[in-house]
Unconditional design. Structure first.
Ligand code: F6P
Length: 321
C-alpha cells in the first residue's frame, strides 16, 4: 500500500533543530506526493485530533528558529488504552498512514505503543541531552552545549573578578554529556556527572591544591540531579575559604537558533524518515552513528545502552588539575 498521508509531531522537551526536521519532513513528503499533517502538542494533540495539513509555506523561514512550531508536550494519556484508542481513531479518520515522531526515549515508547496499535511510526532523536542509546547524536545537543558555554564564559568573567568559585548546574536529565563537554570547553576545575560517583572531599582537595599553586577562581560543572548546587557552593566555601555561588542555567539551554550541526542533523533525519515511511517501514528509530544514518526497531533501540566517553572524562579530569 502506498503512503498517501503522514503526520509529524514533536514530543517531550523541545530541542533546537526540531524545526529543521519538520521542515525537511514537509518538503520531502510534498516532493513525493505525500500530504503531511502537523500534529500539535505531541501525543496530546494526536489524541485530541489537533492536526492540520502543512503546506510548503507553513515551514518556510522556520529552519533558523529554536523551539518547535508544532509545540510539544509530555503526554500521560498515551499510557492508557483509551488514549491509544483515541489516537488510532484520529489517524483512521484522517487517513494518516504513518507518523514521524521527534523526541526522546519517552516519545519512542509512545511510538512503540502506537505501532503495536497499527500506526506505522518512525522516530527521530530530538533532545538536548544526547542521552539516546542507539545514536551518537541527538538533534539539539550541539546548540545546547554552545548556549551553555556562552553563558558560562560570561559567568567566568565575574567569577574571576571576585576570586570566587561558581558551581554551575547544567541540564541532561540522567546523563552527563552536557556537563562533560561544556566543562571541557570552559576548562572547568571539576566536572560532576551522574555516570561517576561524586567524592566531595576530592573536589575540596583539588580546589585547595590549585589555590596553593596560585589559582583563585574556579568553575565547578555539575550535571542536574546530582544534588543541591546552592548547598554544594556553601560547602565549598566552608571547606576551602573561597567565596562561592551557585548558578542553575536551566531552560535557557533549550532555546535559541539551532547551530549548523543541528540544522543539518534535523534536515538529514527528517528527509530520511519520510523515505523510510514511504518505503513501508514501521516501528523504527533513526540515529546518526559515525555521521551515517542508521535505523533500528524501536524495542531494540530502547534496550540499547550508551557508553559514556570515559577517555574524555579522564582527559577532562587531568586537564583540570
Ligand atoms: O530532556 C530535556 C530536558 O531539558 C532535560 O535536560 C531536563 O531534565 C528536562 O528536559 C526538563 O524538563 P521540563 O522542561 O519538563 O522541566
Amino acid at each position: 500500500m502506498s503512503v498517501r498521508k503522514i503526520g509529524v509531531l514533536t514530543s517531550g522537551g523541545d530541542a533546537p533543530g526540531m524545526n529543521a526536521a519538520i521542515h525537511a519532513v514537509v518538503k520531502s513528503a510534498i516532493a513525493r506526493g505525500i500530504d503531511v499533517f502537523g500534529v500539535y502538542r505531541g501525543y496530546s494533540g494526536l489524541i485530541r485530533g489537533d492536526v492540520r495539513i502543512l503546506k510548503s509555506r507553513d515551514v518556510s523561514d522556520i529552519i533558523q528558529r529554536g523551539g518547535t512550531i508544532l509545540y510539544s508536550a509530555r503526554c500521560l494519556e498515551l499510557k492508557t488504552d483509551e488514549g491509544v484508542r483515541k489516537a488510532k481513531e484520529v489517524c483512521d479518520k484522517n487517513d494518516i498512514d504513518g507518523l514521524i515522531v521527534i523526541g526522546g526515549d519517552g516519545s519512542f515508547r509512545g511510538a512503540r505503543v502506537l505501532s503495536m496499535a497499527g500506526i506505522s511510526c518512525v522516530c527521530l532523536p530530538g533532545t538536548i541531552d544526547n542521552d539516546i542509546s542507539c545514536t551518537d547524536y541527538t538533534i539539539g545537543y550541539d546548540t545546547a552545549i554552545n548556549t551553555a558555554v556562552t553563558m558560562i564564559d560570561r559567568l567566568c568573567d565575574t567569577t574571576a573578578s571576585h576570586d570566587r568559585c561558581s558551581v554551575v548546574e547544567v541540564m541532561g536529565r540522567n546523563a552527563g554529556y552536557i556537563a562533560l563537554n561544556a566543562g571541557i570547553s570552559c576548562s572547568a576545575s571539576y566536572i560532576v556527572v551522574p555516570e561517576h560517583p561524586f567524592n566531595k572531599q576530592d573536589l575540596f582537595e583539588r580546589i585547595r591544591f590549585a589555590m596553593k599553586r596560585g589559582k583563585n577562581h574556579f568553575i565547578v560543572m555539575v550535571a542536574e540531579g546530582i544534588g543541591n548546587v546552592t548547598e554544594l557552593a556553601r560547602e565549598i566555601e566552608e571547606s576551602t575559604g573561597v567565596e562561592s555561588r551557585a548558578t542553575i542555567l536551566g531552560h535557557v539551554q533549550r532555546g535559541g537558533s539551532p547551530t549548523v550541526r543541528d540544522r543539518v542533523a534535523g534536515a538529514r533525519l527528517g528527509y530520511f524518515a519520510v523515505k523510510l515511511l514511504s518505503d513501508g517501514a514501521k516501528n523504527r528509530v533513526l540515529g546518526l552513528n559515525k555521521d551515517e544514518i542508521v535505523d533500528f526497531d524501536i524495542t531494540e533501540a530502547l534496550e540499547m545502552t550508551k557508553k559514556f566517553p570515559e577517555d574524555l572524562y579522564n582527559m577532562a579530569s587531568e586537564l583540570s588539575r
